[in-house]
Design a protein around this ligand. Structure first.
Ligand code: SAH
Ligand code: SF4
Length: 368
């Protein structure tokens, strides 16, 4: 079916999505991206929400086969930023009109870790404002831990499912209890249940991944009623087990284009969610994130990690901006956003409209 006809439809079938993701023709891709951008423009506007990102520690107990900071990679110099350093970044974010900070790290468990995050959440809210939004991205935890952090004031949580296909999930993770698809899924559900604006996502262009898998990922995101999505190209890291499949991967530019089509199709399927233009897009080409915004994404996450740690948080090879200072990054960012005809929505919390509506619906159900 011609792309133009598919784009007229109210709901896409699995075949439609596979057809859209398989586009190779340049003008068809432009048509898809343009449509997605117009949906974003209509619902969200030509606005970009900023979230500061701090990768506060690369200590990780897991061993995901694709990730450069997996515990098995002994070449990594491990670090954990101090509370003072993290709070300094929060202060910087607040003073520079960011309304939100994402705290990301490797996965760790235990009461000490939980307590530390709880206390950081409280302190960040004091340094900024009670409304300042905190997003956590620290992996799989118990429901009680998710709840404790939510009650302390974290509103958003990012946990990528990585792939919604259990078989593929097994191929890209070690075969043990610590890397279980079912647990990952359960965690995502617990995050929603605890009350968070819930973010998930997948890697695009993984070894063994098919277009059908990716179409199912989009259905998964929709079915799970997800509020925020961060998905980007899988990029190889030389010191990981998956590196041996590097010759079977899509060429980088095709991975970039496929990622853009994934963003575009998702934007059309879920007009009111927040979608991040990920750093991994920028690792392929300097304007990668701006291309993501033009394909329907509406969120950027500038890296505010202290420069001295950046070189040790390399999930994949060729990660951009690793020796830049935060201020430099922000200045160039505003200009780049302007260049594509958009503006940064300063002083706007940028909650997912989808989440807000979901909340109202829940409220209505409760009061009925
Ligand atoms: N430890 C936490 C958060 C840090 S990892 C967690 O795993 O949830 C954040 C994300 O980085 C992962 O979800 C994964 O999707 C992405 N990532 C890891 N290695 C990558 C790679 N080689 N290429 C692209 N993305 C990668
Ligand atoms: Fe650890 Fe996350 Fe990397 Fe897996 S993806 S090894 S959990 S940091």
């Amino acid at each position: 079916m011609p792309v133009t006809d598919i784009l007229q439809k109210k709901n896409f079938s699995r075949e439609d999505i596979i057809r859209l993701l398989s586009i190779t023709d340049k003008s068809e891709q432009e048509e898809l991206l343009k449509k997605a951008y117009s949906v974003k423009e209509q619902i969200i506007g030509r606005k970009v929400y900023l979230r500061g990102l701090i990768e506060f520690s690369n200590l990780c107990q897991k061993n995901c086969l694709y990730c450069g900071i997996r515990t098995g990679n002994t070449k990594v110099t491990r670090y954990s930023a101090s509370d003072e350093e993290i709070l300094e970044v929060a202060k910087f974010a607040h003073e520079n009109q960011f309304t939100s900070l994402v705290l990301q790290s490797g996965e760790r468990y235990g009461r000490d870790f939980t307590k530390r995050i709880t206390s950081l959440i409280t302190k960040i809210k004091q340094i900024a404002t009670p409304e300042f939004r905190i997003t956590l991205s620290v992996g799989e935890q118990s429901f009680d831990t998710y709840k404790e952090w939510f009650d302390a004031g974290a509103e958003r949580y990012l946990l990528r499912i990585e792939t919604s296909n259990e078989e593929l999930y097994r191929k890209i993770h070690p075969d043990n209890k610590l890397h279980s698809f079912k647990t990952r899924l359960q965690c995502l559900e617990n995050i929603q249940k605890a009350g968070y604006q819930t973010g998930t996502g997948v890697m695009i262009g993984l070894p063994f991944q098919t277009t059908e898998n990716l179409a199912d990922d989009l259905f998964f995101i929709k079915k799970m009623n997800i509020d925020m999505v961060g998905m980007g190209p899988y990029l190889e890291h030389a010191d990981t087990p998956l590196y041996m499949y590097k010759n079977s991967l899509l060429p980088l530019y095709e991975r970039l284009n496929l990622s853009l089509r994934m963003i575009a199709v998702l934007r059309i399927m879920m007009p009111d969610i927040n979608i991040v233009a990920t750093t991994a897009l920028q690792a392929i080409t300097p304007m990668g994130r701006e291309m993501g915004l033009k394909a329907g994404a509406n969120v950027l996450m500038p890296n505010l990690t202290p420069a001295k740690y950046r070189g040790n948080y390399l999930l994949y090879d060729n990660k951009p901006c690793i020796d830049e200072d935060a201020d430099e990054c922000i200045d160039c960012l505003a200009n780049r956003v302007k260049m594509i005809g958009e503006e940064i929505a300063y002083n706007n919390y940028g909650d997912s409209i989808h989440f807000t509506k979901r909340g109202i619906r829940t409220q209505q159900t409760l009061t009925r």
